[in-house]
Design a binder for this molecule. Structure first.
Ligand SMILES: Cc1cc2nc3c(=O)[nH]c(=O)nc-3n(C[C@H](O)[C@H](O)[C@H](O)COP(=O)(O)OP(=O)(O)OC[C@H]3O[C@@H](n4cnc5c(N)ncnc54)[C@H](O)[C@@H]3O)c2cc1C
Length: 328
């Protein structure tokens, strides 16, 4: 039995942790976030109509791989995941929207981070721990947390964070992984978060925009399973627009995304909630194909969507396959 420290408790880090724990290894998970989610986070906001839930990162996920399907079926039985029976459309250059493919789409319940919470059950991740440096060697790694705390020793390290944050942690110990991570570029995304007293009159639940100067996605929580409180709307700015406006304030962005929402839906009532969240590293533009990387001499592995593709399922598969390889 070996001990592993996993940096990052998003879906890839948790998939890796589950595979290692199932093989009998000791796993310690550290995440800088205040709670579970990563890019599958859910923000809760108190309103006079009850708590509003905003899935401000990933909107849904699909399941194609048999191992992922088994995991989703288990989480669905536990009430942590549900099928989103919504209407999904795509707006092209002009005219009426087309229906998007009818592959089943799933969400976490009661918010998107329900799936991450479900995967974390029994693993007891430590939240609010931003790891800043590693020291030591295979068999005796220590982690330094930003607050100054030193954690360890651990036999091996798994780094499950976005590519842009990998090389700072790993380049000094495993230059090959550091270089691979440095070659990756992730695109940003501004997310607008809105709620109104009454639901908006939309003929669909989620729309993808292919030719809009500002919008990428508008998504409503109306028919997402397990949601309570007011209906919420998440508006994702397209990558080019988000890049051009990356350093503007959240208030300015929320105003701009609300205007873009009104262009699509018509005049809007005064919002109950209006805010914006900046995803600096939202989705990888390019990714390496191997699924995961591992430096056996150093006992350091890395997983995440930058190694497998910008989707929830790909990120899970990356962590799952790394965990299986390390267990073997
Ligand atoms: C706006 C947006 C929309 C998306 N839409 C979809 C969609 O509809 N469908 C889909 O399938 N996918 C979608 N995705 C992509 C999907 O969310 C990601 O591919 C997936 O969640 C990545 O998981 P991960 O575990 O690799 O990374 P993350 O979820 O980013 O997890 C990494 C974790 O590492 C932690 N961390 C980072 N640095 C440190 C450190 N130094 N110390 C400790 N912890 C650290 C972070 O807090 C985070 O929790 C979307 C993403 C975004 C942002």
């Amino acid at each position: 039995m070996a001990s592993f420290a996993i940096i990052g408790a998003g879906i890839s880090g948790l998939a890796c942790a589950n595979a290692l724990a199932a093989a009998g290894h000791q796993v310690a998970l550290f995440d800088k976030g205040r709670g579970p989610g990563g890019r599958m986070s859910t923000r809760r906001v108190d309103t006079p109509l009850g708590q509003a839930f905003f899935d401000h990162g990933a909107q849904f996920f699909t399941e194609r791989d048999p191992d992922f399907q088994k995991t989703i079926a288990r989480l669905e039985a536990q009430g942590a995941v549900g099928l989103w029976r919504g209407k999904f459309v795509r707006f092209g250059e002009a005219g009426e929207p087309d229906a998007l493919g009818d592959e089943p789409r799933y969400v976490g319940t009661p918010g998107m981070n329900g799936i991450v919470r479900g995967l974390a059950a029994g693993l007891n991740p430590s939240w609010g721990k931003r790891v800043s440096t590693l020291s030591g060697r295979k068999g005796a790694w220590h982690l330094q947390v930003e607050a100054g705390e030193i954690l360890g020793p651990y036999d091996q390290i798994v780094c499950a964070v976005p590519a842009e944050q990998v090389s700072d942690l790993l380049a000094a110990h495993t230059p090959a992984i550091g270089e691979q991570a440095e070659a990756i570029r992730s695109l940003p995304c501004w997310a607008g978060l809105f709620a109104f007293e009454e639901p908006l009159a939309l003929a669909w639940d989620m729309a993808r925009f292919e030719a809009h100067p500002v919008l990428d996605v508008i998504s409503s929580s109306m028919n997402k399973p397990g949601r309570t409180g007011p209906v919420t709307y998440v508006v994702h700015g397209r990558a080019e627009w988000s890049t051009a406006h990356l350093e503007e304030s959240a208030d300015e962005i929320a105003d701009a995304l609300l205007k873009a929402l009104a262009q699509i839906c018509g005049p809007l009532p005064q919002p109950l909630v209006q805010s914006a969240h900046r995803w600096r590293y939202a989705r990888v533009e390019t990714h390496h194909g191997p699924g995961y990387v591992y430096d056996e001499d150093q006992g350091i592995g890395a997983c995440g969507d930058w190694l497998s593709g910008p989707r929830v399922e790909s990120a899970w598969l990356s962590g799952h396959h790394l965990g299986q390889a390390l267990s073997a």
